[in-house]
Design a protein around this ligand. Sequence first.
Ligand code: SAH
Length: 235
Amino acid sequence: MTFKATVLTLYPEMFPGPLGMSLAGRGLQRGLWALDTCQIRDHTTDKHRSVDDTPAGGGAGMVLRADVLARAIDAASNKDDGRPRLLMSPRGRPFNQARAHDLAKGPGAVIICGRFEGVDQRVIEARELEEVSVGDYILSGGEMAAMTVLDAVVRLIPGVMGNMASAETESFEKGLLEHPHYTRPVEFEGRTIPEVLGSGNHKKIHEWRLAEAERLTRARRPDLWGAYMAEDDSD
Ligand code: SAH
């Protein structure tokens, strides 16, 4: 079963974009995952092909219409295909590495990209859309959020990344930020590489990396650090 992403957007020409390059792009070419897009505007019925309208109650901006979006969703995905329907939305549950793993194990995702002020609430409820946020800031549309989610998910699909081992120590995988990296040259502008890394002592190297990961997490991400410590206590 191949992971299949369907992206509903007013700008299908943005895809695959960056997802067509590098690891994700090679995976796409090799059929390790699949991507299609659906132009929401193709599901309008009026002669102006309008996808949006003014907000009920007044105020700035425009809102994506529930009827148009529902038709696009129904045409682009079958309710029984088991794929979650994700609406990119700053109000959604924050996307993270755990959710990326969940999605990568599944059959794919139907991803809906909002524009304007957002989408009519009724289609969110009627089509049981799961709102997903990529961070506490406002993008002008859901397309880059969709690319972010897909990039994070696709690299976890077996075969997409050359070296799966490198994924295991990465930031967030163990609840910690990753340790710093070094490579040649041995000296750069008077700065050397920490001696332990050249020692060949794998136990010492592992201990140093863990200590650095803990130090960075504690200093930069009290939220992750708290969860990591709580996990430790429960062991
Ligand atoms: N008025 C909305 C923001 C609309 S931004 C609000 O204040 O919550 C337009 C579209 O961009 C949204 O519908 C959503 O699809 C997308 N978008 C913007 N920021 C996002 C974020 N942080 N995460 C995911 N999608 C986002």
